[in-house]
Design a protein around this ligand. Sequence first.
Ligand code: GLN
Length: 576
Amino acid sequence: MNDSTDLLKSVRDTTSETEFYTPTPDGYKPGKTKYIAVFGTVMSGLGKGIFSSSLAKLLKDKGLTVSPIKLEGYLNIDSGTLNPFRHGEVFVLDDGMETDMDLGTYERMLDQNLSRANFATSGQIYRTILDRERAGEYLGRDVQMIPHVTGEVKMRLRELAMQTNADVVSIEVGGTVGDIENAFYIEALRELSYEEGEENVMFATLTYVLEPPALGEQKSKAAQLGIKGLMEYGIHPHMIACRAENKVDEKVMQKISLFTNVPIQRVFSMHDLPSIYLLPEGMRKAGIDKEAIKHLGLESRVDHAADKKNTAQWATFAKKICNAKGELKIGVTGKYVALRDSYASIIKAIEHAGVANDVDVKLQWIETTDVNESNAAKALADVDGIIVPGGFGVRGTDGKIACIKYARENNLPFLGICLGFQMAVIEYARNVCKLPGADSTELDPDCKSPVISVLPEQKQIEGLGGNMRLGGQDVLISPDTLAAELFGGAELIRERFRHRYEVDPEFIKTLEDAGLVFSGRHSKHPIMQILELPRSVHPYFLAGQFHPELTSRPLRPQPMFVGLVAAGLEHQKLKG
Ligand code: GLN
């Protein structure tokens, strides 16, 4: 550990003149928690989150307590108002925090619920500092990027370490080295290594190995320059993951090793794989986990029995992904079909459910803007089930309603999610309850029968942002229903919500009298959370007001998706 640690630790006075200002939580013990920081070079979108979550998983498998954190460069306080077209899906945590989709990757890989402490944005950091400045807490001092902003970053990391009693805090820096907005995070991490001691902080970087088709061989120059960019910040990586389409040539890795002084056993080929869930095994086989343990001096904390058991369990799952018996096609209707990232969790939930049913599920994306009652049959001709996912606004909703009507009348398995749940209620009200003016006040504020309207408890709150029902809520399951069967007879389940509108309690009786079953409800308020048709009427017609895709985990697939895939297989068989 650095000799100056005690000095650094003691300087917490925000008005102090010293440049060694570094706030530290009370009782913090340097060395207890180790830190791994992952940076991206060359370009974004390479899968930093997948790499760092896979490494975190390998460490967790060894019995270590791992706490991931994503450091985002953007100024938004959370991801709630980001357009999924630009930034991928908004992932909602149990505590209601709206985050980047990478948090979903961490929850799935680690099979662990995360909280707002696992997600930081520049906006949050600056807000904390500016609020403090207005409160006069820096009186007499100019507030600076260094040490105040970097100090706040280190404080957050150490607070997370203490709160979660972590052996390892796994840090992912958003964006690419060289971006202006992420530079202070990189500087903070350099300082962290100085203060905590190099043996307590490991730096890893992703880089990209190009393979221009015209040359027909892999080139390492862009990767070298990218890593050089990181070194210019004073950070020397201890480990390098080389992203590439094909397995990276040994010679190319040697070049990268030599150029960066990173031993060849710590240079890893992270080439494309059929599933990201195959990456942890690949990393383990290459000895990446062992190198991390060695660098951080964690050998004595490893539980070898747990490691063996967890590794075997994961290997069984990974083998199943690659050896599915058949193929099944499920349609997904939605307006963000152009960007698969906007449905990342649905894609993953379906993958988990496919493994559970031993089948390879292919998703067919159906843009509903031009779908109507007369062409819905054609749009759905190839699929054995449909998912109508969540969304906002009116575009494409008539097409979704037409698809749901077709599914209901033709025994096509259907799973509705959030907006999809609301569309199913509207479809049922219009076509079965014979309320032609049935709609959602989100889509038509003046409709005759507002079967979906703003939540009573939200009606008072004005303005967009922060007025949705967000996060984990209990759902009371009615016995002897499809939902009860799927959830194994559980009376109470917990799912994640992100909505502003809901079934208007005034219409519940009308809908129920016409045969719609609300099999999941809020335990106290008349909030309808799951709807279904009895199995005697339809093989699989089910929807949730929540987002079931957010709680699906590889080894614990979400039952509503598992049920959909099972029903899809039955449908396929009958079609013959
Ligand atoms: N737009 C709907 C609402 O606000 C559904 C939201 C969603 O699908 N996430 O209630």
